[in-house]
Design a binder for this molecule. Sequence first.
Ligand code: IMP
Length: 205
Amino acid sequence: MLRRGGRVSGECRLYLVTGNRNKLEEAQGILEEYGVRLEQAPLEGKLEIQSDSLEEIALYAARDAYRRLRKPLIVDDSGLFIEALKGFPGPYSSYVYKTIGWMGILRLMHNVHNRRACFRTAAVLIYPPLEKVFVGETCGVITREPRGTGGFGFDPIFVPEGYTKTYAEMTLEEKNRVSHRYKAFSKLGEWIRTGRVKCPGSSTP
Ligand code: IMP
């Protein structure tokens, strides 16, 4: 296994608390390079507090999951922040996706000229006694029509800056080179690699 510098002594296994297989696949694709193997946490549901802060939501969910599982784990909380809608749906993205979906967002933005939006992820790693939050953000625009069949969630209506394809038109590898999740999880992977947690797979500091 090749790592960017540092000695690797084995595989670091962590749980990802999610019911979303796409998210697991994306996160695994990113963390592979850092010697981290993810497993879906065998937990029913994820605690979702109401807050304007993704970091706070992810931290509460991670602490709750750790209380139940007692194993090193990661919780990722993400949201789509649309400038013309004053950051909506932001931390409420999951509820908005389940209720009005991306079609509802396109309807809300029917006559809106400013299409700028950012996806953000807060990924919390709990590796006792350590607890650490990693954030990632990718900005771009909301399309006028959905495009593509890949990915999940709001992927068909988001084009990252500097690209012409929506996330849903990209392969997993393409999305994983630019996405908000890539930015948060590669920081997490880099942190593990530098050996700040005693996870097999991290370098000897
Ligand atoms: P979650 O709370 O992290 O599961 O994310 C909240 C909502 O944002 C989800 O229901 C998804 O619809 C959406 N979402 C999160 N990440 C992505 C992504 O990478 N692409 C598209 N939609 C996403």
